[in-house]
Design a protein around this ligand. Sequence first.
Ligand SMILES: Cc1cc2nc3c(=O)[nH]c(=O)nc-3n(C[C@H](O)[C@H](O)[C@H](O)COP(=O)(O)OP(=O)(O)OC[C@H]3O[C@@H](n4cnc5c(N)ncnc54)[C@H](O)[C@@H]3O)c2cc1C
Length: 476
Amino acid sequence: MFDVAVIGAGITGTFIARELSKYQLRVLMIEKDNDIANGTTKANSAIVHAGYDVLQGTLKAQLNVKGNKMYEEVCRELQVPFKRIGSLVIAFNNNEIKLLEELYKRGLSNGVPDMEILSRERVLALEPNLNDDVIGALYAKTAGIVGPWELAIALAENALENGVELFLNSTVTGIKKIKDFYCVKAGNQDINTKLVINCAGIYADKINDMVSDIHFKMLPFKGEYNLFDKNAGDMVNTIIFRCPSDAGKGVVILPTVHGNLLIGPTSELVDSKDALQTTSEGLKFIQQHTKLTLKGINFGNVITSFTGLRAKTMLHDFIIEEAEDALGFINVAGIDSPGLTAAPAIAEYVLNLIKHRLGNIQKNEKFSSSRRPNINFMELSVEEKRKIIQKDPKFGRIICRCEGITEGEIIDVIHRKPGAKTLDGVKRRARPGSGRCQGGFCTPRVMEIIARELGIDITEVVKDGLDSYILTGETK
Ligand SMILES: Cc1cc2nc3c(=O)[nH]c(=O)nc-3n(C[C@H](O)[C@H](O)[C@H](O)COP(=O)(O)OP(=O)(O)OC[C@H]3O[C@@H](n4cnc5c(N)ncnc54)[C@H](O)[C@@H]3O)c2cc1C
């Protein structure tokens, strides 16, 4: 019998699982996909928002501002890239200046520190590539950028090392209440658990409906992006927002933690939870809007495009509560933006709900907050490189020429917990295939390494999802 089953291994599920691993609880994470962070967590703007635009009095506002403050510590403990680079909301006319003043006031009432409204000169001094028509901006120094899937993978690794269990490839298809516990059908297993935490992202409504008669609906809102080569990464120094409108926060321009430039997202309600294709209209929209904001941007430097799906509800707030008609079943639903930012605070909030249900839970005295850092060969000194190659010559073989990733780094991420088993799983952990050629050169090499290390045939290596086979068989 598990104490807690967490459904969904995105950023919310992994933060909660790691938080629970600080206590003497038997915890299981259940994920339908073959890896951590394969849902919305792998496709978003990666911003740790300051918290001035969320409506006062909402759970979103409370958990955004609290979560933002928690980022330094957790990213330091788990050695995940996080940079507090600040954000600007830029204004091009007097009406927009009034909006900035409203956002500033809202920020103050939400408890956001370190904000100021900047003059045109100060904005252009910070961001010389902005359009000259800019007349002012709201500067929020506490906004930051993070590696979202790196963080979720690191949280999962740390949770597993502290005793949490994980079932991948296990779609939850039914949940039954039996006396004072639940039986969760996941893949071909029946799992008994005292509590269930629903962190299933855009499918959270489906999971809720398996247990509760109080329904809500997840509305998938599509957001498309362009990712630029690192040679465009210094076009901006901070996160640049346009003034928000009814259509949302608008197209955002920002550097990534790895030094690329990211521009997007669009915002469109779609009727399918699988609508992950990019569209020529969406990408054209991004281009047109970027040109209104930035001078001299060259779309020839785009190296890839992708789409994420926001899990919105009609309530416009997070739903984090025990279902009224299903004690022990806790929804963590409607986690759209700023869900990534709020996730550490969501985990603490959920812990309190669990304490309320389970009573006094004992601390796990063996809990360790850190993990062995990922090896980043290119960031080592010459002496460190020499030593690591001497110890293992596989660190002397470069597999991804664009990013300078070695065979040793790839082997390391395949054998960590939860190890990479797919091409994109390796890419998200060690970055081969993330550079300008997007895996054009290294894909066959990485596939060979995965097959060899996992002891499988190379035709069994998938790109990402369960059936995304790359090779069909030998031609000769
Ligand atoms: C375009 C866009 C931009 C965004 N930008 C930002 C931003 O800059 N900053 C910010 O703070 N937030 C941002 N967000 C929001 C943020 O990305 C999300 O709040 C966050 O990723 C949600 O994480 P999650 O773990 O709740 O959901 P997910 O990452 O979707 O995880 C849910 C998991 O549940 C699994 N699952 C679903 N059904 C089942 C089942 N039946 N059985 C087992 N497993 C199941 C899925 O496979 C998935 O892995 C953005 C979102 C989008 C779409």
